[in-house]
Design a protein around this ligand. Sequence first.
Ligand code: CTP
Length: 401
Amino acid sequence: MPDLDHKRYVIGLTGGIACYKIAELVRRMLEQGAVIDVVMTEAATHFITPTTMQALSGRPVYLDTWDARIPNSMAHINLTRGADAILIAPASTDFIAKLAHGLADDLLSTLCVAKGSCPLLVVPAMNREMWQHPATQRNIAQLKADGASVLGPASGDQACGEIGDGRMLEPQEILAELIAFEQPKVLAGKRVVVTAGPTCEPIDPVRAITNRSSGKTGYAIAQALREAGADVTLISGPTALAAPYGVARIDVESARDMHGAVMQQAFTADIFISVAAVADWHVSNASENKLKKSADGQAPTLQFALNPDILAEVAALQNGPWCVGFAAETENLNEHAEAKRRRKGIPLLVGNLAQQAMNADDTTFVLFDDTGAHTLPLLPKLQAARQLVQAIAKRLPDRKA
Ligand code: CTP
């Protein structure tokens, strides 16, 4: 099921060059199942045409308080009734000022005052000086105090050629924020460290031993944690995946690198989730230079030494984070997983069958805790991750809650 299935949004465009990006946003939202009514201010129509927005949204575009298409000509009331949110994007300096003062002199501003309990999300887009102006900052603070969510702005190159804060978030980032907005904030304010992906153990500067972990499960969990309001640091072995929006990623290669990065972060974390497929051994006689074939055809002999068990070490910390482990097993899942949970001294271990989970898009998690085994349904990894996050939030002891 797409993430915005059966959700209905009013998107309000106001005057700004970033209007062109809303065409892309509308397409991405429709792919996720959303139904969208577009409302434009007169200024917005100078940057993108209502015809474009109508063709993309597949519905009439509203421009005018006096539009007679809605029964009783009450677009300013009817459009937001039953809507899941109003999204003002791009939100200009002028429109933000209007919102902060409750002005209602066109359809979009009137609709925002008449919205009742419909959530309001505001996505600012303006020049950095306009953003930093004390009046804008006062207005933004007022909008937040009135219960609006302000998304962004981002920092970087601006259409005017200056560099600084005030850029509108990219369409994919706005979409990620909208999807996150729908998720319950069960881990708001918690700091979570997640490991993901494989590790890569060097043999020489050009060769390495690694495993088939894609990182998909760990990345989905990082995204689900962020959607639940957590502050997430993802410590990742080499993968082909992009970091989920809003998640800080630290890239590592070997198990010993991962160990170092985790131990730096663990003391300040509330929760540690060890999803990475960490190599149990590294090559202790790895060569500084590329190994060459010997004349007699003799293959090199590799020697192995044990890697640190990162999860067990974090679980043993005094006042350390609440720990969640993973176990991908090829057989006897319940026996191996529960034994592993006890051996590592952790309150929750998530088991799955390696042959089903590796590189797959769907997964079945079995949760092992002090009360036994609990099987979650087969779901796409992100949805499974969201269920896992709920399960973690329920089990998190008060000390860390
Ligand atoms: N793990 C870890 N450090 C290691 C090995 C594993 O932190 N050196 C973590 C994994 O991230 C996972 C859990 O421990 O959360 C179980 O990993 P797994 O490889 O299944 O367990 P092992 O202890 O290595 O047991 P075995 O390989 O013998 O099944």
